[in-house]
Design a protein around this ligand. Structure first.
Ligand code: AMP
Length: 292
């Protein structure tokens, strides 16, 4: 396995053991340097890389984690088939100037006897949490573990996974993690499709259908600009737009409060519009803030 890789004079350390990176982080902290963490599940695209570039600017030592977290996948979800390409990921990370990659195996993070999980009471009862019951429990738990292992001063997450970012901000506040959580804007393909490792599953035929998530969000913005403030009406238009395409199954289209995620009926303050749609077997999500 990789350990230390040199690329054009840049050295990237690849670490598999929690104890090893914990010790490394302690030493870096003792030197008075700041650590930035970008947690990922790998199979990098420009969205991931944008967070790493931001991280490069925000601290002295940039650590990324690559771990497809089994605890956040339900029994019939795509844990096994989730795309993975560690070698390519390491090359991309090196080019950005990442200092260390933490890539543990499942037993390293969830050894036999593991039984301590973190659950939030309210935020998961919305949006993705409704159809993915273990998702946020898995995310909160693995992120808390990564925070204790990597000991970052700053951690960066994408706004593409808006509910995840909200859950992590809440957990950090509730559990007094001394970590600054930074959000990075959603990076899109030139036509508007939000970048996602799962876009890799889409067939050429499904690609235009996948774009309807973005189109529905843009349509919602237009409607609001033209004075339509009724959330129900906007959701209805978005639903029609999406279901006009083949192979779509809407999980949810929601207009809600950007902090507590409670549903909003009339948009008279900034609101989050978030949606999850199955295109064939691929589950895609996207969101935008709507400003009245
Ligand atoms: P993942 O590997 O899918 O768990 O994503 C790792 C991090 O990258 C998470 O914080 C995501 O929110 C973020 N991310 C994923 N897709 C995008 C995107 N298109 N733009 C910005 N950030 C993203």
């Amino acid at each position: 396995m990789f350990n230390q890789i040199d690329y054009r004079g840049k050295i990237i350390k690849v670490i598999h053991k929690a104890e090893e990176i914990q010790k490394r982080s302690e030493q870096i902290r003792c030197q008075g340097k700041s650590i930035v963490l970008v947690p990922t599940m790998g199979f990098f695209h420009e969205g991931h890389l944008s967070l790493m570039r931001k991280g490069r600017e925000l601290g002295d030592d940039l650590v990324i984690s690559i771990f497809v977290n089994p605890a956040q996948f339900g029994p019939h979800e795509d844990f096994e088939s989730y795309p993975r390409d560690l070698e390519r990921d390491l090359q991309l990370a090196r080019e950005i100037g990442v200092d260390a990659v933490f890539t543990p195996d499942n037993m390293e993070l969830y050894p036999e006897g593991f039984q301590t999980y973190i659950e939030l009471e309210k935020l998961p009862n919305h949006l993705c949490g409704l159809s993915r019951p273990v998702f946020f429990k898995g995310i909160a738990t693995v992120v808390a573990k990564l925070f204790n292992i990597v000991k970052p001063h700053v951690a960066i997450f994408g706004e593409k996974d808006y509910q995840q970012l909200t859950v992590i901000r809440r957990m950090v506040q509730d559990l007094n993690f001394n970590i600054n959580i930074i959000g990075g804007p959603t990076v899109r393909e030139p036509d508007g499709l939000a970048m996602s490792s799962r876009n890799n599953y889409l067939t050429l035929k499904q690609r235009p259908t996948a774009l309807t998530l973005y189109k529905a969000l843009v349509k919602a913005k237009d409607l609001l600009k033209n004075g339509v403030k009724d959330a129900g009406e906007i959701i209805q238009v978005a639903t029609k737009l999406i279901t006009a395409h083949p192979e779509t199954g809407i999980d949810y289209i929601s207009i809600c409060d950007p902090e507590c995620l409670d549903t909003i009926k009339t948009i008279d303050k900034p609101a989050l519009m978030a949606l999850a749609v199955n295109v064939g077997k691929t589950r895609l999500i996207d969101n935008m803030i709507l400003y009245p």
